[in-house]
Write a protein of this length. Structure first.
Length: 98
């Protein structure tokens, strides 16, 4: 495993937050693809779309908690609220690499 990489448990917890808060696809295939891709490496971004539209992405650089965002042109009040809730939940997971 690469230093600073996510564990499978951490990746699964992140995906659960994406499903429950931001509407990421809730199926075995998408979850497994995310966990397999994220575990063992330090991902920089993952496009999940969901309720954030085509630009709905997770960003993780290892120096701060994972966070979600969407394209600026797709932002509206509803999506701002989704982003805030999801990022708060991701922060609570305390997944951070020094």
């Amino acid at each position: 495993m690469r230093p600073g990489a996510l564990t499978e448990g951490e990746a699964d917890a992140i995906y659960t937050a994406l499903v429950e808060e931001a509407g990421a696809p809730d199926d075995v295939y998408d979850r497994e693809m995310f966990v397999r891709s994220a575990a063992g490496v330090l991902p920089l971004e993952w496009r999940f779309q969901g309720r954030l539209g085509f630009g709905g992405k997770l960003y993780f650089d290892g120096e701060r908690p994972p966070r979600v965002d969407c394209y600026p042109q797709d932002r509206n009040e509803e999506r701002e609220a989704i982003i805030a809730r999801t990022n708060e939940r991701l922060t609570i997971l305390e997944i951070l690499r020094a």
